[in-house]
Design a protein around this ligand. Sequence first.
Ligand code: AMP
Ligand code: GLY
Length: 428
Amino acid sequence: MDVLVIGNGGREHAIITSIAKSPMVGKIYCMKGNAGIAEIAECVDVNFMDSSAVCDWLKHHKNVEYTIVAPDDPLAAGLVDALQANGHRAFGPNQKAAEIESSKAFAKSLMKKYNIPTAAYEIFEDYEKALEYVRNGKFPVVLKADGLALGKGVLICESLQDAENGLRQIMLDKAFGAAGNKVVVEEFLQGKEFTPGEEVSILTFTDGKTIVPMVSSCDHKRAMDGDKGLNTGGMGTFSPCPFYTKEVADEVMEKILLPTIHAMNAEGRPFKGVLYFGLMRTPEGMKVVEYNARFGDPETQVVLPMLKTDLMEIFQAITDERLSEIKIEWEEGACVCVVLASGGYPQHYEKGKEIKIGNLDKEVFLYHAGTTRENGVLKTSGGRVIGICAKGKDVEKAREIVYRNIQKISFEGMQYRHDIGIKYIKSI
Ligand code: AMP
Ligand code: GLY
């Protein structure tokens, strides 16, 4: 069958690479795609935030039988609902289910109601009340704008003054727009060994009845080495996570994954798609930091290369609610992805820089994010430009291959983290 994929980042490049291997899949289209995706799919320049434009395009492309909606914004805007209302088969949660990501207030209330372990919190719509609460609380404290904010609506405040500034930024100055109409004020979760960053990403497949975790992975959200600098969309990942043992996975299945699926069903919002659990290892056990209603980026770039089962077959089973019938298998070993970003990202950066790529080792694969081709020349067109990836028998081997090959890629201002996967090597 011919397939449409919605999105334009490294995650979509990884999804398309994976489904392209399926004997079920014919031609692949991508709205809007990038220069890397254009090598395996036909890129379509339609605004995917306009659901009637997408439905209209599909009316003129009757050969396309299935659409995969990958990014958070169109899911939150109800693109899957619009496609299904037009009789089209689409992968991804509907708008009500996607609220588990698009409203942090909803996600927190759900966890409280169904006893799913997470940081203690209060929700405020009134600035003065929020201010009074933080004045009487402990530090650090975490402030979260309720809505979607490109992964930037979370502020970790070390002092009262930071928290006062943060509340003003979110609630009064509306630094994240309407996402800041409500704010979640949350307890800061300390890692088990009292180090920050004991976080793990668990992406799962679910059809609302069955939930199947993918291999674990770890993201690096801060811009600079040593977890310094601003929060970004993610600067690199590795899989698997060293502390995510079978014992931890069993605890998470029982206390977090299954209760979340049951909770969504009980609320009349069955979740079908990929549900992402951002988890923290704390002295009291694993707790939820966040939910995402989709594949993570750049987690997908290290998880899907390890998948042995046909991804399209899994998608179809989810749509038809027969996920329990499928056996999902993974390769042994590890995978690492390092994001090459434009100088200045996540703040101001320039685009249109020529990208030069030398002769890479055959084990290396690239997932493009912000790239474009102008008159045959590959150029940068976004903050995160390319994810360079490799598999290996372990993280150490995979990261060695990746870092050796980074030297062969260049563009003006290129920046990247030098310590992706170091955490893993230190902890074994
Ligand atoms: P989020 O956008 O919810 O993933 O938050 C961004 C990052 O902020 C997370 O990956 C964590 O590193 C950190 N964070 C969020 N909530 C907490 C919390 N309650 N305690 C400690 N760190 C947190
Ligand atoms: N890598 C985190 C996310 O996709 O939100």
